[in-house]
Structure formats: structure tokens, C-alpha cells
Ligand binder design. Structure first.
Ligand code: SF4
Length: 463
């Protein structure tokens, strides 16, 4: 256990930096701690002194003439930087994303560029981001191009289906096994339909156009074809893009795919996670590798664009096994391949990592090289807490095959009207540089019982 003392008000950020290096770290109010960080201010210059036995690191930033918001941002950034550099020296380890935590690297790059800085130089020389990750951000910004622009006057519709057929060991979603929750499925479908109809009516009354529709979960296709049809009948708009995160191959059949097609769905996912049967068994996926090939072929026969998710760092999957998974995905040539890094979060059955951090970094590197060599480009990325080796998730696409919804949500350029359990509506107040949110109930029962109350919260957000 490492203990950390900070004399000022950014304990969360400092704690996040310490978590990059230590699994176990405790914040203390006492200044007798293994690591200390102290803030001082003289004439608008903020200095941060980070110390541990025999080592110290000082960073400072001049905030004279800056508005309050920018000053706070810089103070946090330099406080984290002082602690990061100290921990780097104390442990002899560097992190691929340097001192960056809790911010989307693409957004920071854009922000720095707007403020007149050479963001690539700031990433590598100041913030400690590796050259490889800096290049990744540059590639993503290039691929996204004008799609990064704020979409005003429209919103994306998110529909959440919180059911799945069985639970993967790494899953932390608030999804439940559909057989276990059988008695709630029909009432949920009714509540969801009510939510969608009222939300679309509201959007229409406010002149908000629906640009993209996205079904996520859980696994939406764990519902029956009739239930999917029933829900999709409520969506009386013609979106630019219509996506269903089908996910599990064992939930797909021709009847469901025909329903999706009849409602104008263009994109679905068929997620292998791995092409190694022994790993599928270990993580509790309850389907075979052959199912992946079969359902992929079936999806393509309906003409869907397909995304395939892979995960680096799954238990028992070695580097050569992971490379095989990447090669198989490339061979099948779906329109999108998304490479995730395993994140062990609260709520997942899998608690411990069973791989070395170096292996996972190598896996991610192999995936990036192989996928790009096959003609895909990285087009969005996000980082989560507790990711293996502090890495990232990256979506790759064939030319012109980006998922617009993913860019909108990850880059925070689209408002989101969200329906269903655990779905979060978002409104971007670009003039104030701020995002407001309204979250629906996290569990199915509360969502069904208090449907109307959550609808009103959502409407208030967009009033
Ligand atoms: S398929 Fe997805 S939602 Fe279902 S248990 Fe696995 S990770 Fe969770």
C-alpha cells in the first residue's frame, strides 16, 4: 500500500495519477505519507512540489492574465504532472499516456491547438505521452476531420437493452441474464416503447432532428425478433445512421436480422472478442468460434456493415493467440474492427489480471500495425479507468465506414437523447464549454416503475 498526501483540492486527480503506478494507494490527510504533493502560489505563479524519500519534483505554471477556468485547468494539469514525474523517477516506469488521466486525449490535443500550442510537442515533451500514442491521436484527428464538429440542432437517439444471454466474466455492464429476468422483459419493452415514443415526440416539438440511432446494451439481440420489431416500430424517424450492437453471435438468427433490415438498420456488431475457443470457454461466452464465422457470414448476406470487437488481455490468451484473433478478424474483413484493452471494473466476476502488462502493450501494438497495414484507419478511441497497462480502446474503420454515433459520443460533439435503463442523455452547452446529463434508472425495476419521472428529467435537460 502506498500512501499519498496532498495539501490542496485535487485529491481525485492526484489519486488517479498514483493509480497508474500502484494497484493499492490510499489518500491520507496526514502529511506523514510515502508521497507528498504541496501547492504554493506566489504572484499568480503556482508551484507544485512532489516529494518522496530522497526524491523531489517541482513543476510550476504562471496563471497571470488567464481566466479562472483555464487557470484551474492548468493548475490541475501541473499538479498531476509533478506527481507523475516523481512517480516515474521513483518507480523507473513510464506510462504510455504519461500524466494524462480523466481527459480524452483527442479533446486535449484540440484544446491545446486552439490555445495556440504545438500539441504534439506538449504531449511528448511536457505531459510524458509516448511518441506512439501521440501519433495515434494525430491519426484519429486526421481520420475524423470535419466529423469532429459540433452537431447543432440535432441529437442522436440511444436505446438501451439491459439484457444478455449469459454473463462474460469481464462484464461490468448493468445487464442481467434474460432467462433470470424473464418476468421483467415484457414490462421493460413496454416502458421502453413509452420512453422512445415520448422522447421522439418531445424532440419533434423542439425541432431537434434525430441524426443517428444506436441500440446498445447488454445485448439488444438477446430480445426476440418480435420484441425488436415492436420496439423499432416506435422509431418513426429516418436517421442518417442506424446501428445495433448485436454483439453475441449466439443471439443472432435470420429472423432477427430480417427484422433489423426491414427497419433500415445498416450496421451491426458481431463481436468475437477472441478467435480462440479455449479463451471463449474461460470467459464464459457460451458460443463457439464456428458460431462467429457462421453469424458473420449470415450478417453479410443481409448486407450489413459489421463491426468486430476484440479484447487484448483476456485471461489465458497469450500474445500469439491474440495475434491469431487479430489476423482472423482481418481475414474476414468487416468494415470496423475495435480493439479493446481489458478493463477490470467493479461488477465484473473477473477480478485479477492474468497477463503481463508488457504482453498487453505488445498485443495492442501488433493489432494497430496489422489492422492499419490491412487498410483500416483508427477513427476513435477512449480510455477507461483500470485498463490493462493504462492503455486504450481504439476503433478502426475501412475508408468511409466510420460509425458516426461513436464519434459523436466519444468526442462529445452530439447531444444524446437516451432511452432505457442506465442510459444517459447528454446536452452539450458549447458556449459555456460544459455538458449536462440526465441519467435514467440503473436497474430495470426502477426504470419500469418510475418511467415518467425519468422522462421529465430528460425533457428538463433539453428545455
Ligand atoms: S456479451 Fe457483452 S453485455 Fe453480454 S455479458 Fe458479455 S460483455 Fe456483458
Amino acid at each position: 500500500m502506498s500512501t499519498l498526501y496532498t495539501n490542496f483540492c485535487y485529491p481525485t486527480e492526484i489519486h488517479d495519477v498514483a493509480k497508474l503506478f500502484f494497484d493499492d494507494v490510499e489518500l491520507t490527510e496526514s502529511n506523514v505519507a510515502t508521497y507528498k504533493l504541496v501547492e504554493q502560489c506566489v504572484d499568480g505563479e503556482f508551484a507544485y512540489l512532489a516529494q518522496t524519500a530522497g526524491l523531489s519534483e517541482r513543476q510550476s505554471v504562471n496563471c497571470n492574465g488567464l481566466d479562472e477556468l483555464r487557470c484551474i485547468r492548468l493548475r490541475k494539469r501541473y499538479a498531476k504532472l509533478a506527481m507523475y514525474r516523481l512517480l516515474e523517477r521513483a518507480t523507473g516506469r513510464s506510462m504510455p499516456w504519461g500524466s494524462l488521466t480523466g481527459i480524452r486525449p483527442t479533446k486535449l490535443a484540440e484544446q491545446l491547438a486552439k490555445e495556440g500550442e504545438d500539441w504534439q510537442k506538449s504531449f511528448t515533451q511536457l505531459l510524458g505521452v509516448s511518441q506512439e500514442k501521440t501519433n495515434l491521436v494525430a491519426d484519429i484527428l486526421r481520420t475524423q476531420g470535419v466529423l469532429r464538429q459540433r452537431q447543432k440542432g440535432s441529437a442522436d437517439l440511444y436505446v438501451g437493452i439491459p439484457f444478455c444471454v449469459s454473463r462474460c466474466s469481464y462484464c461490468s455492464f448493468t445487464s442481467g441474464e434474460i432467462d433470470r429476468l424473464k418476468k421483467y422483459v415484457a414490462p421493460y419493452v413496454e416502458a421502453l416503447k413509452n420512453d422512445i415514443i415520448a422522447t421522439l415526440r418531445f424532440a419533434h416539438s423542439k425541432g431537434i432532428g434525430i441524426r443517428n440511432v444506436y441500440f446498445g446494451g447488454g445485448t439488444p439481440t438477446s430480445l426476440s425478433a418480435a420484441q425488436l420489431d415492436d420496439i423499432m416500430n416506435c422509431i418513426d424517424v429516418s436517421p442518417v445512421e442506424y446501428t445495433v450492437e448485436a454483439g453475441r453471435p449466439d443471439t443472432l438468427d435470420a429472423e432477427k436480422l430480417a427484422v433489423l433490415k426491414s427497419h433500415g438498420v445498416q450496421r451491426i456488431s458481431v463481436n468475437p472478442q477472441t478467435f480462440n475457443q479455449s479463451v471463449l470457454d474461460v470467459i464464459g461466452r457460451k458460443h463457439s468460434v464456428e458460431d462467429i464465422y457462421e453469424k458473420y457470414r449470415l450478417a453479410k448476406s443481409f448486407g450489413f456493415d459489421v463491426n468486430m470487437d476484440l479484447i487484448a488481455g483476456l485471461p489465458t490468451e497469450t500474445y500469439p493467440m491474440f495475434c491469431h484473433s487479430v489476423d482472423e478478424a482481418i481475414r474476414l474483413a468487416p468494415e470496423n474492427i475495435t480493439v479493446h484493452t481489458l478493463a477490470l471494473k467493479h461488477g465484473s466476476a473477473l477480478k485479477e489480471q492474468s497477463y503481463s502488462a508488457k504482453d498487453v502493450a505488445n498485443m495492442v501494438q501488433y493489432a494497430q500495425q496489422a489492422v492499419c497495414a490491412a487498410g483500416y484507419a483508427p477513427y476513435y478511441m477512449y480510455r477507461q479507468k483500470y485498463m490493462a497497462d493504462n492503455l486504450e480502446n481504439v476503433g478502426y474503420c475501412k475508408k468511409g465506414k466510420m460509425c458516426l454515433y461513436n464519434i459523436g459520443i466519444m468526442e462529445e460533439v452530439s447531444d444524446i437523447l437516451a432511452c432505457g435503463t442506465n442510459a444517459i442523455s447528454k446536452r452539450i452547452l458549447s458556449d459555456e464549454n460544459r455538458i449536462e446529463r440526465a441519467a435514467n434508472a440503473k436497474d430495470v425495476i426502477t426504470y419500469i416503475q418510475r418511467n415518467e419521472e425519468y422522462l421529465q428529467r430528460k425533457f428538463k435537460l433539453f428545455e
